[in-house]
Design a protein around this ligand. Structure first.
Ligand SMILES: Nc1nc2c(ncn2[C@@H]2O[C@H](COP(=O)(O)OP(=O)(O)OP(=O)(O)O)[C@@H](O)[C@H]2O)c(=O)[nH]1
Ligand SMILES: [Mg+2]
Length: 233
């Protein structure tokens, strides 16, 4: 198996749906999950590149492992639950600090999952339609009120760029990097992962081009001639 060319890491509080998102994308299904212990990864081939996507545990007791998983990451998916405002706050308080080990030009996506529950709630309560959110792949999000508004996620994205001292003009716009998803229905799940792959692949290609060649030219390595004195050993 070839070494992965790039790494994407899912971070976020327990129960927000990290494992479910990854399984929805990789296995095209929504199975029952158990709370993740440690971490696990899938390998995805995208164009000619191998990308590893790491699922991490949101449980406090595994928190220390987070920065280890983030080492060398090209992108981090910060995941929250649109029905639990605390899970968005946790991203800033608990998870952002783990990304210090990621690449300097690491990309950040902010993902509000379980948007299907917000829909169900709105339908049952007969609530009014909200205004268009302007988020990536927005459709469901424009119709239902949620506990966490898309603007809150976009504000966090901008805050992260500032915290990381990344130039907003050189990074993808908040509207492109903030998503609302449902691992249950599959809503926006492909869009999330494939937007990231498309952004990460040129970065990996550039890194490859800059790396010194690993190939040794055997023909140019001449065997030194033995002298008479060396023959006695
Ligand atoms: N309705 C709904 N439920 C979801 C969705 N995504 C995940 N769930 C449910 O939420 C629960 C937690 O999902 P996981 O994917 O295990 O959450 P996690 O973030 O991996 O949690 P940890 O591994 O503990 O960090 C499970 O019961 C899932 O079935 C979603 O989009 N919609
Ligand atoms: Mg999990």
């Amino acid at each position: 198996m070839r070494k992965p060319d790039g790494k994407i890491v899912l971070l976020g509080d327990m129960n927000v749906g990290k494992t479910s998102l990854l399984q929805r994308y990789m296995e095209r299904r929504f199975p029952d999950t158990v709370s993740t212990v440690g971490g696990a990864f899938y390998l995805k081939q995208w164009r000619s590149f191998n990308i590893s996507i790491w699922d991490t545990a949101g449980r406090e007791q595994f928190h220390g492992l987070g920065s280890m998983y983030c080492r060398g990451a090209a992108a981090v998916i910060l995941t929250y639950d649109v029905n639990h405002p605390q899970s968005l706050l946790e991203l800033e308080d608990r998870f952002l600090g783990l990304t210090e080990t990621a690449n300097n030009d690491c990309l950040f996506a902010i993902v509000g999952n379980k948007v299907d529950l917000a829909m169900e709630r709105a339908t049952e309560g007969g609530e009014k339609e909200g205004e268009a959110s302007g988020m990536a792949g927005s459709c469901v999000s424009s119709k239902v009120p949620k506990q966490v508004q898309p603007e809150d996620a976009m504000a966090l994205y901008k805050k992260i760029l500032k915290y990381k001292m990344l130039d907003e003009r050189e990074m993808p716009a908040a509207e492109r990097m903030c998503f609302e998803t449902s691992a249950k229905t599959g809503y926006n799940v492909d869009l999330l992962f494939e937007t990231l792959f498309d952004l990460v692949v040129p970065m990996i290609a550039q890194q490859r081009a800059e790396e010194p060649s690993q190939i040794v030219d055997i023909a140019s390595c001449k065997t030194p001639k033995r002298t008479r004195s060396e023959c006695c050993t």
